[in-house]
Design a protein around this ligand. Structure first.
Ligand code: RET
Length: 250
């Protein structure tokens, strides 16, 4: 492990944000379980998916709050920069590896997409996250330091493919389901895609170029994670409760 003080790490503020976000995900999971208890079992597909997402996020934030799930990666520092390493929270990528396909399944089932397209969508998405993890873990010193941008670009290509499927194929299916489904899909899809676009930007500013500090990165991801999991899930489940025609036969 790097010598004391040489790894640019989260401060007390960052760890408090982890705890607060952990609490938000626990409470939103309880809220979703409550919503599930009010409908019959055959109508709970979106509740199951969405509650799993917030529970996984709670576990990931618990890990990060208790100083697990991170490692220090060498940086290209100079004499003016005491930080020869930067803390990278790989626990996020484990969370995203499981939760982003589930969030996409929420949208795909809502739209009524076919299973082949759903497999393409979720597999491309998991590839995107895995390549992002490789980018984050790549040492920035000694040879091939720039290789992490190769991983970043490959991840970005898969991200564009995912966005492409959501805005063309999935949208066409949602339109075919008609009425309220089309409207709810357009609202939720636009909301999700806008938030997802911010992740590679935060990555580039944080782990990518170190323009923002570790605490700022923690706060940015916490806001994005709450918006794209807890708030997204609440909008979906409440819309679903009010519009029975959005349900999917199990
Ligand atoms: C990375 C870095 C490499 C390039 C790209 C990325 C995209 C990440 C995304 C994450 C979405 C996360 C969500 C979490 C749930 O709350 C891996 C940051 C393209 C889109 C929605």
């Amino acid at each position: 492990y790097p010598p004391n003080g040489t790894c640019e790490s989260a401060s007390h503020l960052g760890y408090s944000v982890f705890w607060a976000t952990y609490a938000v995900f626990l409470l939103s999971s309880l809220f979703f379980i409550f919503l599930a208890s009010r409908v019959e079992k055959s109508l709970r597909l979106f509740h199951y998916i969405t509650t799993t997402v917030t529970l996984i996020a709670a576990v990931s934030y618990y890990a990060m709050a208790t100083h697990s799930g991170s490692t220090c990666i060498p940086t290209p520092h100079d004499s003016a920069d005491v930080h020869a390493y930067r803390q990278v929270f790989w626990a996020r990528y484990v969370d995203w590896l499981f939760t982003t396909p589930l969030l996409l399944m929420d949208l795909a089932f809502l739209a009524g997409m076919g299973w082949v397209d759903i497999i393409l969508l979720t597999t491309a998405d998991q590839g995107m996250i895995l390549l992002g993890l490789f980018a984050g873990l790549k040492s920035r010193r000694t040879g091939h330091g720039k290789a992490r941008w190769g991983w970043f670009v490959m991840s970005l290509v898969l991200f564009l493919y995912v966005v492409g499927l959501l805005t063309t194929t999935a949208r066409r299916h949602a339109k075919a389901r008609g009425g309220r489904v089309r409207k709810i899909y357009d609202t939720l899809g636009f909301y999700a895609v806008s938030l997802w676009c911010a992740y590679p930007i935060v990555w580039a500013l944080g782990e990518g170029t170190r323009k923002i500090g570790v605490d700022a990165e923690i706060i940015a991801y916490a806001v994005l994670d709450v918006m794209s999991k807890a708030v997204f899930g609440s909008i979906l489940l409440i819309a679903h409760m009010r519009n029975p025609e959005t349900s999917v036969p199990l």
